[in-house]
Design a protein around this ligand. Structure first.
Ligand code: S2G
Ligand code: ZN
Length: 455
């Protein structure tokens, strides 16, 4: 097959060496077999079309791969698939100031897009810890969220158009950057969040935002989880929040140990809220902070006095994922409506404490979006295999708690391989059946990212 692929794309665009197979056949998710048959590096939309048509003809399965920062196994190739890497489709093709539109090839690194926007005096507002490695094509395919959703929304909200190759080998040009287009089903929005199962995203027309005014960061200590919402309400009443994140004292302790950082507050507190807001709202924020202190919802707080200090405070939140990685955490990325967060978090804590008393629960996430990252840390004396099996075993009980609140078993990380067995806790049979119908329509030969999202 590799000879046929080399004939199709050129030998420099096909790799089958063990190192490449290992590195390009996985993402950031633990615990899945990595066994692709080849890695290909298309350099144009036409080459992607040729590749899909070859795959249809030869019944080859394709796994799209971007920055490989996925956390649900969405870019893992474990069954001899051909991995389609967009590393070489990494150019910014056009910028249109009037429409504030940037046309990116799928392999553009998120941070590159952010920096390009800044150079035009504009702002790409979707941001998260892996932005230095993730690619816009992957961000679109998982509808990436991150730390500024409370103000700017998700990736979906910034995609004005895309060029995407369906599993039938058609190159679709969806929406072409139009603000308004009332001509039937918006196929662009089907492709966003489809995890590469309906089409291979080749180019994205990204709309940019106006540059925000200077921002200030505040971290406050919140002893009781239910008061996190009171704090959110108190601030969001009069302050334009760009972010409202939270993390537990365990999460903070892991970051402090990993990065040798001082505590942000004089005393350790059960939970911390990290807020970012327009500096012009400083007086209103100080007033909200005093109200929260008087109400007993917060016990202490620190406010950034410089960009460097703002970055240091953000490091306490953005450093969590990297700091707990050595504990091979079993990850759950859950969401419920904001109102339900405190009770839901308590229910999950209670379940884990009663059923798995030896497991340490590390909470953090985008509480302003109702999105909690539940990371259970592997005990030192347990093997990764046993721990992952236990994690899978506890998921039905955790997802039952999600289901009873009409929440989501995957808020922003996607379903991929990791959560596909549990899709029914969030999506109805009727919805899943329709999703399968869409899969058959857009990928009639079942060659696109097989086994992901849908069982
Ligand atoms: C976050 C990053 C991945 C993880 O920190 O917001 O989405 O769960 C996560 O560690
Ligand atoms: Zn997150």
């Amino acid at each position: 097959m590799s000879q046929a692929l080399s004939d199709l794309l050129g030998s420099k665009q096909v790799r089958t060496d063990p190192e490449s197979l290992k590195n390009y056949g996985k993402d950031w998710t633990n615990g899945f077999t990595v066994a692709p048959s080849a890695i290909v590096f298309p350099e144009s939309n036409d080459q992607v079309v040729d590749l899909v048509r070859y795959a249809i003809d030869q019944n080859v399965q394709l796994v799209p791969s971007g920055g490989r920062t996925g956390l649900s196994g969405g870019a893992v190739a474990g069954q001899g698939e051909v991995v389609v890497s967009f590393d070489r489709m990494n150019k910014i093709l056009d910028f249109n100031a009037e429409d504030r539109l940037v046309t990116c090839q799928a392999g553009v690194i998120t941070q590159t897009l952010q920096e390009f926007a800044e150079a035009q005096g504009l702002f790409y507002p979707v941001d998260f810890a892996s932005a230095g490695s993730s690619q816009i094509g992957g961000n679109v395919s998982t509808n990436a969220g991150g730390i500024k959703v409370i103000r700017y929304g998700l990736t979906r909200d910034w995609v004005a158009g895309m060029r995407v190759v369906t599993g039938g080998g058609e190159l679709l040009d969806c929406n072409a950057g139009l603000v308004k287009n009332a001509t039937g089903y918006d196929l662009r929005h089907l492709m966003i969040g489809a995890e590469g199962t309906l089409g291979l995203v080749c180019e994205v027309d990204v709309r940019l935002a106006a540059m925000p005014e200077p921002q200030t960061v505040m971290v406050v200590g919140v002893p009781k989880v239910e008061d996190l919402l009171a704090v959110l309400q108190a601030f969001s009443k009069n302050v334009t929040l760009s972010a409202f994140e939270f993390f537990s004292d365990l999460a903070l302790a892991k970051v402090q140990a990993h990065r040798d950082l001082p505590s942000p507050l004089a005393e350790s507190v059960a939970f911390y809220a990290l807020m970012e807001f327009d500096t012009s709202g400083l007086d209103a924020a100080s007033e909200a902070f005093n109200d929260c202190m008087e109400a007993g919802w917060v016990v202490d707080g620190v406010i950034s006095q410089s960009d460097a200090q703002a970055a240091a405070l953000w490091g306490l939140r953005e450093g969590i994922s990297e700091s707990i990685a050595p504990y091979t955490p079993y990850k759950n990325d859950l969401s419920v409506t904001i109102k339900q967060v405190p009770e839901f978090l308590r229910d999950v804590d209670r379940y884990v404490a009663e059923s798995y008393p030896d497991f340490e629960v590390c909470w953090y996430g985008h509480i302003g979006d109702g999105n909690l990252h539940l990371n259970i840390l592997k005990p030192d004396d347990m093997s990764v295999e046993d721990f992952m099996a236990q994690g899978h075993a506890m998921s039905p009980s955790i997802f039952a708690l999600v289901e009873e609140r009409k929440g989501s078993i995957s808020a922003e990380h996607g379903v991929g391989l990791l959560k596909k067995d549990f899709l029914g806790y969030t999506r109805s049979e009727a919805e899943i059946s329709l999703m399968r119908g869409l899969k058959d329509l857009f990928d009639p030969h079942q060659i696109l990212n097989p086994g992901k999202l849908l069982v």
